[in-house]
Design a protein around this ligand. Structure first.
Ligand SMILES: [Zn+2]
Length: 261
């Protein structure tokens, strides 16, 4: 029989050692640029744990990650919990849906009902698709909802936010009173990129913060979405044209660097 090891640090013992449990609790929550609450960033320990849950069959980690989620959310605002289902093919291959495990663990902790409410339209999986594909995300259908409930939708990792936003649309269309979206972890990328496909941005490299910690601190404020280009002006600008670039610089300066002269 294999020796059990901590999924965080590899120490022999429980599936998550005491030290790693504390480290997980101490990790700060984040909100993505699309407004989704995540218990932590998808880096370091929390990344290891989500990967353990998702790809290494370490199902008991769902309880630890759900505990982390429960600290970030207000159960009095929730009537029922559901999850953004993975594709049937992937759930079948793994033998479980990690988002469902998380939702059920959280529901058990809160003593709230947990029910499957969402169904993928085309059975696509997000993992392995290109980023451009993922931006469009899957689409869902929801069961019809009576006595309009306040719904919490759980997912494991937020990348673009497209999956959870599609889940919210389906639930609202089916009659939910309100929908809260939450994930265990958000990729650093999700904190400063808009969820929808937008027109090409001028000089995107300068818009992105230099490090993960900056991204967490700056959040949506560092996003380029507030840059006040008019559509006609940005369509006319080409990156190689220095005179055009000079002309747009005043519009971007306040958004990018406060100390520019
Ligand atoms: Zn450990």
């Amino acid at each position: 029989m294999l020796m059990k090891r901590c999924a965080g640090c590899g120490e022999p013992g429980a599936e998550l050692c005491r030290r790693c449990r504390f480290a997980l609790v101490a990790a700060p929550p984040v909100t993505t640029s699309s407004g989704i609450v995540a218990a932590t960033q998808f880096v370091g320990l929390s990344k290891d744990l989500v990967i353990g849950l998702k790809f290494r069959n370490q199902r008991r980690l769902a309880h630890h990650l759900a505990e982390q989620l429960s600290r970030r959310l207000d159960p009095t605002q929730i009537d029922i919990i559901t999850w953004a289902p993975t594709s049937r093919r992937r759930a079948h291959r793994r033998g479980y849906d990690q988002a469902e495990l998380l939702a059920r663990a959280l529901a058990a902790r809160w003593r709230k009902p947990c029910r499957r409410m969402l169904f993928r339209r085309h059975g696509q999986a997000q993992t392995g698709r290109t980023r451009a594909d993922r931006l469009h995300g899957p689409s869902f259908d929801s069961r019809p909802l009576r006595n309009p409930p306040r719904v919490l939708v759980i997912d494991d990792v937020v990348t673009t936010g497209a999956t959870l936003l599609a889940a919210r649309d389906a639930l609202l269309a089916a009659g939910a009173r309100s929908v809260v979206l939450a994930a265990v972890a958000a990729t650093p990328d999700s904190l400063n990129r808009p969820a929808q496909v937008r027109p090409a941005q001028v000089r995107p490299a300068q818009v992105r913060p230099a490090s993960n910690s900056t991204a967490a601190m700056a959040g949506p404020l560092s996003s380029s979405t507030t840059t006040p280009y008019s559509p006609t002006a940005s369509a006319a600008v080409t990156l190689d044209n220095t005179s055009s670039r000079k002309a747009v610089r005043p519009a971007t300066a306040s958004n990018l660097v406060s100390a520019s002269s």
